[in-house]
Design a protein around this ligand. Sequence first.
Ligand code: BTN
Length: 233
Amino acid sequence: MRLGVPRHHHRLTDSTNSRARELAEAGTPGGTLVTADEQSAGRGRQGRRWSAPPGKALLASLVMRPLEKRHALLPLAVPLAVSEAIESLAPVACRLKWPNDVWIEERKVCGILIEASPSQGWAVVGIGINVGIEGHEFPEELRDTATSVGHGATVEALLAAVLERLESWTEAPERELLAAFRERDALRGRRISWAGGAGTAAGVDEAGGLLVESAAGRLVSLTAGEVHLTVEQ
Ligand code: BTN
């Protein structure tokens, strides 16, 4: 699937994911891309908001269709592609906070929101990357936990690199994808907690779930979606 064609660019829209969902419902082909300089109601995971100053973040949503078995690990393929794209443009190292946050030095640089309609056979992959946002431009409550790519990287160069890497990772064998994700796993060995429990992160299983070992030595697998993890320092 050629990603990024056709492309619909908005100077301002409420949410590129909302625009892409409308296009998907209307039958747009797989690979369709929606981008914006600014969003008035950007959406994050678990009903949170996502905001960024105009022109300083990559705000993009891709329509993936048809959905095939190889897309099962899409939630892992996207942050992996984003990490490689960032590293191709800036001298930084990206690590991954399962399921799909990208971190630079333990601060979030990218968030991903995947919304799918399996019955209609499409998924919308929403990607928000802080490209050139200065520390003081982040909302007060994010100043200690968010970061930007920086180093003069541009939104368009980053977009091209993300599309290229994502085309490659969506075609890759699952085994390679899992190995590459595991190499960047920032949680392994860390104490984590969520609404249903707590334990030590113990890697990612074959289905892309997060393995967590409880104090009693019991292993559980968390599925991406609604789990909100807290990582202890
Ligand atoms: C998260 O909570 O970490 C996910 C954030 C996803 C934000 C991106 S920005 C482009 C796309 N449009 C949206 O409304 N959300 C996603």
